[in-house]
Ligand binder design. Structure first.
Ligand SMILES: [Zn+2]
Length: 168
């Protein structure tokens, strides 16, 4: 089943929806076509280009933007699978999550206190703050707007979507 990238009115990626759902949103005039694929959809009553990216029309409140759930995978995706101390790019399975302010010292499980870290940096930092360990963060962790690209199914292999996806 083909999937379609759904953007909000300000072109932020919201969700991946099925082709069927995307066509319904367009036909109900709740969304507009932004990018189309090379395929054409034909049915007895309808011929239209197959959508690849659609955007919600203004004032459509039926699909509220859900805030992205905080999870290990969401942190790794936000950080581009890159250790936030040494910049090493690793597969998700080999990365760890570091509490910037250590958990043992009251550091929270929160967007602003969690970063992707390679095992070497995580072990080296131990129960210290970045300042104490002399290890600077590549960037301050924050809560992403929209969904990180890597969390959207098919995002990586659909080049048409790339300009619309959340990246840093
Ligand atoms: Zn590292």
């Amino acid at each position: 089943m083909m999937s379609v990238l759904l953007l909000n009115t300000t072109y932020e990626p919201m969700h991946v929806v099925s082709l069927r759902r995307a066509v319904a949103l367009v036909l109900q005039e709740k969304a507009q076509l932004v990018e189309i694929s090379e395929r054409t959809m034909r049915s007895p009553s309808l011929t239209m280009p197959e959508p690849s990216v659609i955007r919600l029309r203004g004032r459509v409140a039926m699909l509220r933007q859900r805030s992205l759930a905080l999870s290990r995978m969401a942190i790794l995706a936000r950080d581009g699978y890159t250790c936030q101390y040494c910049g090493l790019l690793l597969p998700a399975a080999r990365l760890t999550i570091d509490h910037v302010l250590p958990q043992s010292r009251g550091g929270a499980w929160a967007w602003t206190n969690l970063v992707a870290a390679c095992p070497v940096c995580n072990a080296a930092k131990a129960n210290r703050t970045p300042e104490e360990a002399g290890m600077a963060l590549l960037r301050q962790p924050g809560k992403p707007i929209g969904a990180p690209a890597a969390l959207l199914h098919d995002a990586q292999r659909n080049p048409v979507w790339r300009p619309y996806l959340w990246t840093t």
